[in-house]
Design a binder for this molecule. Sequence first.
Ligand code: FAD
Length: 457
Amino acid sequence: MTVSVVLFTSDLRVHDHPPLRAALRSAPEVVPLFVRDPAVDRAGFAAPNRLAFLADCLTDLDAALRERGGRLVVRHGDTVAEVCSVVRETDADEVHLAAGHSAFAHDRERRLRNALEADGRRLYVHDGVGTVVPPGEITPAGSDHFAVFTPYHRRWAQRPLRAPLTAPRGVSVPDSVGSEDIPARTAVRSVAEGLAVGGEREGRRRLGSWLSRRADAYEAAHDDLAQDATSRLSPYLHFGAVSPGEAVYRASARGGTGAEAFVRQLCWRDFHHQVLDARPAASWADYRPRHDRWRQGERADADLRAWKEGRTGYPVVDAAMRQLTHEGWMHNRGRLIAASFLTKTLYIDWREGARHFLDLLVDADVANNQLNWQWVAGTGTDTRPNRVLNPVLQARRYDPDGDYIRRWVPELADLKTPFVHEPWRLTGLERAAGDYPDPIVTLAEGLERFRHARGRE
Ligand code: FAD
């Protein structure tokens, strides 16, 4: 065999990449292929922030392959048709692909396998590229997936770690294969002003510097909104610019309570992937239905709009929502507070929130976005589905000096700390000067409505 193809999807890197390694082992020439598939756009994955980040990742992957004597081949169209056409052009026998875990990925994989086999070629699907532990590899007795995190984590942590693969030294790509231009970040409109720079190089730099300089503080500070002490690796993990297996391997080798807490968060990522892999419908259907009759109508629409715009009158909720608009990213504690406020205090369907996050979050994927939304809404895997986060208490605890709120809500920038958390204590005069809205609901009203709806009066 002389040529094999590697189809890149959400694994845009050259380090720790089993499909690339396998393709290089099986043939002297390899086509590293990425297909811009309009079906991905139609499925709602092509939001501007992610398209811009994707452009960075593709540009960087092409540069990494060029440093090794190769290049990235980009095509536009239906993935299956484009792969088959590259396979025929180069007479490749094999295609290598990282396993995906959404319904979309399963369907793509099935169609690709059928098309290639009908043409006498083979598809190799590699596990452990997008997750540390492949979904389905550890299961509880009598089920195909874990529905509760703690026992999953226990088993997950016992698994031996695979040492990360190094990047290949050389990649030889057949000259004859044509490529379309790699999309440029500058061609994408409506990108968040503060969006991070994408790509494997930047992702690896962040991982290295975070592990060496900031990991120790993680356990104590990861929930503190203003300190911004988390790794911010989520978009790099989402696009596969950083390998989750390598992140866990390096953090575990480093050791310490901060690195351990970070590894535990990466286990959450695997946990959601194994739920989605086993229950693809959980992307939009309640994992555990609670017979909710979410609010609808004009008042609910107005509340949803205020939430999206960061004008609920609850400063920490508004700060988080404005961070999302500005950066295309939000602190985890902010996500928890904002999602709890929408689903429990405003009693608006989690799907509305998940859709808005999918529109803006650079790291949004079905597994982590929708299943975290379900977790917060109490329709997912939370073992305490009716817990409600009080945004005032949360703000006092996780933004004690009000710095996060002042950073993102300029109307409150001059307020002293107690008023930052509870601006409705302001006099009418101060409020008018600040142009900050009154709370759109009282917490007592929200709580009563939610308890009533869930039958827990
Ligand atoms: P760190 O604290 O540095 O954690 C390291 C990594 O662990 C993260 O990059 C991420 O890959 C993983 N991780 C951390 N917490 C979680 C978690 N609760 N679930 C799954 N993985 C986790 N994360 C996404 O990657 N994509 C999403 O679309 C997404 N949507 C969310 C929606 C809601 C409503 C909530 C509550 C959480 C969501 N999360 C999502 C999880 C979490 O908020 C982000 O992963 C985290 O904030 C990313 O920041 P970081 O990289 O600095 O995280």
